[in-house]
Design a binder for this molecule. Structure first.
Ligand SMILES: [Cu+2]
Ligand SMILES: [Zn+2]
Length: 175
């Protein structure tokens, strides 16, 4: 009987204690800029049970399919955005879901982004295995990560980056 009485104040205090103890971000975002540094879009990233969901909205791009990936460095220096490094690949996999070699794909590989005739593209991608928490698969690993949009479609099979061409836009993933 005594333990049941003691449990009542604990139930009241515990939710408050969780709020202060848990510093893991439940969401992240990125401002996406073009090669001139002008903001042309954004990404909202939320935690899911299997990974993260990335909702992207961009404008001022050429109509058609564009490769889009999570890159392994959180640094977007235009105009070429080479500072963003290669694809986020903590599992040492090959590029693209259709790559003949295993394992694949890179954790940072995403389906192509479709841009309409007005230059706008909007999509939401479910990415398994990626986390906002700690560890090698975290979007907040040392040096951070970024989202990069390319000039051409990703063929989803060719190492190292699917022949998707120049880097047109980039956004550092931030808390
Ligand atoms: Cu890329
Ligand atoms: Zn890749």
């Amino acid at each position: 009987m005594q333990s049941r009485i003691a449990a009542i104040p604990l139930l009241i205090l515990f939710p408050a204690a969780l709020v202060f103890a848990d510093t893991t971000p439940k969401a992240a975002h990125a401002d996406i800029v073009n090669s001139q540094g002008a903001k042309i879009g954004s990404a909202k990233i939320t935690s899911t049970t299997k990974g993260v969901q990335i909702a992207v909205a961009v404008s001022e791009l050429t109509p058609g399919e564009h490769g889009i990936h999570i890159h392994t460095v959180g640094k977007c220096e235009g105009p070429a955005f080479t500072t963003a490094g290669g694809h986020f690949n903590p599992t040492s996999a090959h590029h693209g879901i259709h790559n003949a070699q295993n394992p694949n794909p890179h954790l940072g590989d995403l389906p192509n982004l479709v841009v309409d005739e007005n230059g706008k593209g909007k999509a939401s991608f479910s990415v398994e295995g990626v986390t906002l928490d700690d560890g090698a698969n975290s979007l907040f690993h040392e040096g951070g990560t970024s989202i990069v949009v390319h000039a051409k479609a990703d063929d989803l099979m060719s190492d190292p980056s699917g022949n998707s061409g120049d880097r047109m836009a980039c956004g550092v993933i931030e808390k």
